[in-house]
Every structure is written in structure tokens, then in C-alpha cells.
Ligand binder design. Structure first.
Ligand code: BGC
Length: 429
């Protein structure tokens, strides 16, 4: 096979045609509607017990944000729909040099939540009282705004003794162990936090998306079957799996994951896995003689360092850096750039397909209302070309209807959103 043919085959495997996109959108809508009424579905459709904040929320609130890569404790003031960040502290869950790892099996829930309590301790100052909102970005079934149960970890976290338990009870116990009188009153998903903040900013905000280490989306259900009222639903869309064009690379990643068979869409689009997909493609093209021909050094550098999402990003933007870092030719760097662009384009097009499914559900089969989609996360914010690729995909898939849809970067929903949720919860204490 000629050199380019291998590359072309790889590009084809990762393509999402507009026909496929609409098929995914329709499958997604069906999965939402099944999940919402409790039928078997890959979408968990978890109720959040929060809808649209009224906008008159006020006060100072603590927040803890557990995303998977970092944990952040913060203190916010909310007033007149505006926020002030009074203080914050952020810690990595895993030391890059391997000195500590709060995501491993050996870490117990107690150790993890003591670590969170310590973040709160560092910012609480003298007062030692107040209310706290917790953004906990993992699939959790809820029976109230402060009542959650972790269904299972995602993003390859394995901490023991947390699944099946209420993270806010664990947090409260940890705070008490440290003599902290701050009370957790709300627990939300990061997508929910992003949408809450967007609801403060845009009248038509009805979808919240995270494109970061993990992937997920939520939306505002106007008549939730549980309450008949507005409620944000955390779909756990990273677990969507109906009719996805899964490649052999995705399958290989799934097989060696700690949760095989789960989070299929997330494994295809999110930051945690993007570098791994790229590594597998690089290995394959190398084996086929379509990359680093006669340059064993380059493949060994990649094998040694591994690839992460940010490396995929720099394949796209910085050919010179690629040549220097991997000691490869211009031709090889261009192949790496194509790999990066192809993977990122697949992410953008798959996620847009699911967004169309959500809007089809909200508008009952035909997109006719304006929608603001609030998006946060490093893949949307920092990965080259992603917002433009998503806009282009929307126009390609929806034609003139795309004008009804605005994609907006909404930052720090996991901090501010948790403060809003705490403020809402406190009103009904
Ligand atoms: C989790 C979601 C979360 C998403 C983004 C996924 O792995 O299951 O709950 O919203 O990551 O952080």
C-alpha cells in the first residue's frame, strides 16, 4: 500500500458524515426519552433537583470542586447576578512525579475527603461557619439537591469506599474531623454548574456541556416527570453508545479501561483518552511504515513520554516543536498534524451530533427555538480549532437552522455553579 493510503484509511475511519451525525442525533434523542421515563438506556438522565435560579441569590458560599484532575476549594460572593471570587486553593490529585496519587485504589474515601476538607480549611479564615456547594463530576443518582450517591467512578479513578455513598456525607464527616463547621448543602455535576452560570447570563441557555478530561452534557427539562417542573437533567452523555462509529483503537482503549463497556462516547472524545487514541494510531501507522520510516528514535521518544491531549494540540499548531521534540522529519510532523486534526475533528463532530439530539428533544422533533449551549473544559477552550470545527459542523448538519444555536464558552461553572446551587439550597433550609 502506498504511504498515503494508510493515512487516508485512518482518516476515513474517523470521519463522521452528516448522514451519520443525524443518525446519532436521532439515536441520542431516543436514548434521552427512554432514560427519562426509566426505560433501559445508555443515558442515565440523572435528576439534579435544581432548575432555573431566580437570580436573586445572595451571600457568601464555599465550594469544593472535584473534577478528576484537580480539586479546588473556593469562596464566592454572589450579589445581583454577579460573582466575586474571595479566595481559592487548588491542588492536583496526582503528582506528575508520582509522589502522591489520590485517584488510586489504595486511596480510601476518608483520605480523599480529608484532602478536600484541607482545601476548605486553607481558605476559611477566622469565621469557621457557612454553607458549601459541592461540584462532584461523576455519575451520581440524586434524590434531592443534597442527596446523591456515586454510581461509579469515571476518568479511570479507583478510590475505594466512595461508590454507593453520598459524597456530601463523606465531605461533611471530613470537615467535622478537621473541626470545620461549614455545612455542605448542595451537590451538583459540573455540567449542571456550567448551565446554572449560563442561565444567569443568557435567557436562552438550556444546555451545559463539559469538554475536558471527561465529557458530559446536561439540559433544562421543562416538565420533569418527577416534579412536572423545570429541572436540569445530568445526562451522563459520556456513556452514550448507540450506533457510534467505534474504531479498533477505541475498542483497544475500552478493553484496558478500569470500566470496560462504560463511557464509550467519553472514551472517543474526551481529554483523558485523546492522547491514548493518538498513541495507538501512531503505533499503527508506524507498523504500517506510514510514519517515522527508518527513524526508530522518534517512535521511542513517543513510547517513552507517552502522548496526552496537549501533545495532540501541539501536533496541530506547532510543526517546528514536533520536529524538535520527536527528532523527526517535516513529512512525519505533517502526518502527526493530520492525526491530531482528524481526532479533534471527530470529537467536535460527535459532540455536535449529540447536541442536535438534545435540541430535537427539547423542541419536540424539530429545532425551532433559540438555544444557547454553554460549554466549558480545556478541550473546548484550549484545543486548537475546536470551537470553529463545532460551528462548522452545526452549519453542515443543520443548514439554516444552525442560526438558532449559539455555542458559548462559560468558564468556571464548577466553582460559580456550586455557589449558586448552595444559595438556592439555603433558601429552602
Ligand atoms: C463524568 C461526568 C462529568 C464529566 C465531565 C465524566 O467522566 O461521568 O459526571 O460531568 O466527566 O467532568
Amino acid at each position: 500500500m502506498a504511504f498515503n493510503e494508510h493515512l487516508n484509511n485512518f482518516i476515513k475511519e474517523f470521519e463522521i458524515s452528516s448522514i451519520k451525525a443525524i443518525e446519532i442525533a436521532n439515536n441520542f434523542k431516543v436514548a434521552m426519552e427512554d432514560g427519562l421515563i426509566g426505560k433501559a438506556s445508555s443515558l442515565k438522565m440523572l435528576p439534579s433537583f435544581i432548575g432555573k435560579p431566580s437570580g436573586d441569590e445572595e451571600g457568601v458560599f464555599y465550594t469544593v470542586d472535584m473534577g478528576g484532575t484537580n480539586v479546588r476549594g473556593a469562596k464566592f460572593q454572589i450579589r445581583n447576578r454577579e460573582f466575586k471570587n474571595l479566595d481559592e486553593v487548588k491542588s492536583r490529585l496526582k503528582d506528575p512525579d508520582g509522589k502522591f496519587n489520590f485517584t488510586s485504589k489504595e486511596t480510601t474515601g476518608e483520605i480523599l475527603f480529608d484532602f478536600f476538607a484541607n482545601c476548605v480549611y486553607q481558605i476559611m479564615g477566622e469565621d469557621n461557619k457557612g454553607y458549601l456547594g459541592h461540584t462532584f463530576s461523576f455519575p451520581s443518582s440524586q434524590t434531592g439537591i443534597n442527596e446523591a450517591k456515586l454510581i461509579h467512578w469515571t476518568k479511570e479513578i479507583q478510590v475505594s469506599g466512595v461508590e454507593g455513598r453520598n459524597p456530601n456525607t463523606l465531605l461533611h464527616e471530613a470537615l467535622k474531623r478537621k473541626g470545620i463547621n461549614i455545612e455542605p448543602v448542595a451537590i451538583i455535576n459540573d455540567t449542571v454548574g456550567t448551565l446554572l452560570v449560563a442561565e444567569y447570563m443568557y435567557e436562552d441557555a438550556d444546555i451545559g456541556v463539559i469538554m475536558g478530561t471527561g465529557h458530559n452534557a446536561c439540559y433544562l427539562e421543562r416538565k420533569h416527570p418527577l416534579t412536572g417542573k423545570d429541572m436540569i437533567v445530568n445526562m451522563e452523555s459520556g456513556n452514550f453508545n448507540v450506533g457510534l462509529p467505534i474504531t479498533k483503537y477505541d475498542r483497544a482503549i475500552d478493553e484496558k479501561s478500569v470500566i470496560p463497556g462504560e463511557q464509550m462516547l467519553e472514551k472517543m472524545v474526551s481529554g483523558y483518552y485523546l492522547g491514548e487514541v493518538a498513541s495507538l494510531v501512531v503505533e499503527d501507522l508506524y507498523a504500517q511504515g506510514a510514519l517515522f520510516k527508518g527513524n526508530e528514535k522518534a517512535i521511542n521518544i513517543i513510547r517513552k513520554k507517552g502522548l496526552e491531549a496537549q501533545n495532540v494540540g501541539s501536533f496541530i499548531t506547532d510543526i517546528e516543536k514536533t520536529i524538535n521534540e520527536y527528532e523527526c522529519s517535516m513529512e512525519d510532523a505533517e502526518v502527526l498534524r493530520t492525526i491530531g486534526e482528524t481526532l479533534v475533528n471527530r470529537t467536535a463532530r460527535l459532540i455536535v451530533s449529540t447536541l442536535i439530539g438534545i435540541m430535537l428533544h427539547i423542541d419536540e422533533g424539530e429545532i425551532k427555538n433559540p438555544h444557547v449551549v454553554a460549554i466549558d473544559g480545556t478541550i473546548y477552550e484550549k484545543m486548537p480549532k475546536v470551537p470553529a470545527l463545532m460551528e462548522a459542523a452545526l452549519t453542515e448538519f443543520l443548514k439554516e437552522k444552525a442560526e438558532l444555536v449559539s455555542l458559548k464558552l462559560v468558564k468556571d461553572g464548577s466553582g460559580l455553579g456550586a455557589a449558586i446551587a448552595a444559595a438556592v439550597a439555603v433558601k429552602s433550609l
